[in-house]
Design a protein around this ligand. Sequence first.
Ligand code: SF4
Ligand code: SF4
Length: 137
Amino acid sequence: MMNGRSENNSDITEIYKELEAELASINPGCDACGTCCHFDKFDHILYASTVETNYILENVEAPHFDPDKNVCPFLANNQCTIREYRTLGCRVFFCNPDYKEKYQDIYNKYYTMIKDLAMRNQTEWHYAPMMKVLKDS
Ligand code: SF4
Ligand code: SF4
């Protein structure tokens, strides 16, 4: 029996494309400094679903990491090494305070699309802090 993972891959690429187009029209601004990927310093918890982490792990190899450190393992020299595959939360989060009100609505819209995708393809669905989901994968 197929686990639905491969069906998810092309669909999530399309979902991310639609999201990027929507964000481009809003343009919240980001200089890709990598500060928000230091979850400890930024007081930020990045949540992700298994659909999103599977998409990463099927395309890149996860480095060994210490889950107690609370820094994204894909950050190297303050740069995201997996930009093409990064999670919904990575894509939607911006530190721009003027964007805060829009953030939640956009997140919810795309979260629902990703969850619907998992249901449609009968894929395992688990949603938790990304560091935990990665550690358990
Ligand atoms: S995946 Fe990339 S953008 Fe997301 S937290 Fe990690 S380094 Fe930052
Ligand atoms: S959202 Fe802000 S903190 Fe995060 S990488 Fe962009 S500019 Fe840096």
